[in-house]
Design a protein. Structure first.
Length: 337
């Protein structure tokens, strides 16, 4: 059976605050741990009013401390903004605090608009082509195996510990799959972005994987998708309207300052073009009853040839959101605590 996890972007819901959103994320991590979900990942985005945070490493520390067994990680750290050494130090510390529970997902994307990128990279020259070397440097720091002749060969990423976080490369393109296969890391495809070519990307990764003695000896891939589940099709469709309007704003450049309520989304004055956009967006969504959601997730897992799926569920009502994960867990026969 396919393994399921959680991807939480920690939205600020309409009528609530960022603090509320962070509280809801903590409760969701605790509840999904009880249900038997394998991972709980948080993303990195900057200068977006609808999101309650922009620093995944800080939030990971909080979420890992609030749970006891679920793996907690980044989906992901946008590495070109940062020093590989500092990222290695941060995540080694997290691993020392929570051994065997920390995942480091890495991405090449900016995670925000150009102005945020300029601020993050102020007075710094960034060469995106150095991304593969940055990844290898992090692996070297994690395992105290920087190659001979490396300029930082004798440098230690504290604390020195016997375990290391899992390293995943994230992407929504074939290029990220190529780099992950070449470096021998695990690979996660952002299916919920709606970018075509995901099946080809994961196939390339699985067939061109080169083992890394410090990491993986065989390919390991997963996808992240958006799924909303309820007892009836009608209720699932109703709950999904909030995400429809949120992602419509992202697509059309009219960014929402929050995750809208179902009522706001229902009352919104959609144009015919808006409805066409939503229809297209819905083609990449898993929405329905438990049986329908299970069927679609299993079909996606087979199509992408992955053994793990992270589920992102932007529902305005926090209790309905937890219920969605409960229904999916029950349908898959998951056994938690």
């Amino acid at each position: 059976m396919i393994k399921l996890g959680v991807l939480d972007q920690v939205y600020v819901s309409e009528g609530r605050t960022a603090t509320d959103g962070l509280y809801e994320a903590t409760k969701l991590a605790q509840e999904t741990e009880k249900l038997g979900y394998a991972r709980f990942w948080v993303s990195e985005h900057h200068s977006m009013r609808a999101l309650a945070f922009s620093s995944p490493e800080v939030l990971i520390a909080h979420l890992a401390a609030a749970t006891s067994s679920i793996r907690v990680g980044s989906g992901g750290i946008m590495l070109p903004h940062y020093s590989a050494y500092k990222v290695a130090e941060n995540f080694r510390l997290l691993e020392a605090l929570h051994p065997g529970r920390i995942d480091l997902g890495l991405g090449r994307a900016p995670g925000g608009m150009p102005l945020a990128t300029r601020a993050l990279q102020q007075d710094k020259y960034v060469d995106i082509n150095k991304y593969p070397q940055q990844v290898l440097d992090i692996v070297g720091y994690f395992h105290d195996k920087l190659p001979a002749g490396h300029p930082f060969e004798k440098l230690i990423a504290s604390p020195v510990i016997p375990t290391a976080p899992e390293v995943w490369l994230l992407g929504s393109s074939g290029e990220s799959a190529r780099i992950a296969a070449m470096l021998g890391t695990s690979y996660a495809f952002a299916e919920f972005f709606g970018t075509p070519g995901g099946e080809e990307a994961t196939h390339y990764y699985n067939t061109h994987f080169e083992p890394n003695e410090a990491l993986e000896d065989k390919p390991r891939s997963m996808i992240a998708t958006l799924a909303i589940c309820a007892e009836t099709e009608e209720e699932a469709d109703r709950l999904a309207r909030s995400a429809d309007l949120l992602f419509l704003g992202i697509r059309t450049g009219l960014e929402m300052p929050y995750l809208p309520s179902v009522q706001t989304a229902t009352d919104y004055p959609y144009t015919e073009m808006d409805r066409l956009h939503i229809q297209q967006i819905r083609q990449r969504r898993v929405i329905g009853t438990p049986a329908q959601v299970k069927e679609q997730l299993l079909r996606m897992g087979e199509s992408y040839n992955v053994s793990e799926i992270l589920i992102n569920t932007p529902i305005h009502d926090p209790e309905a959101r937890i219920r969605s994960y409960e229904l999916i867990a029950k349908e898959f026969g998951m056994t938690g605590k």
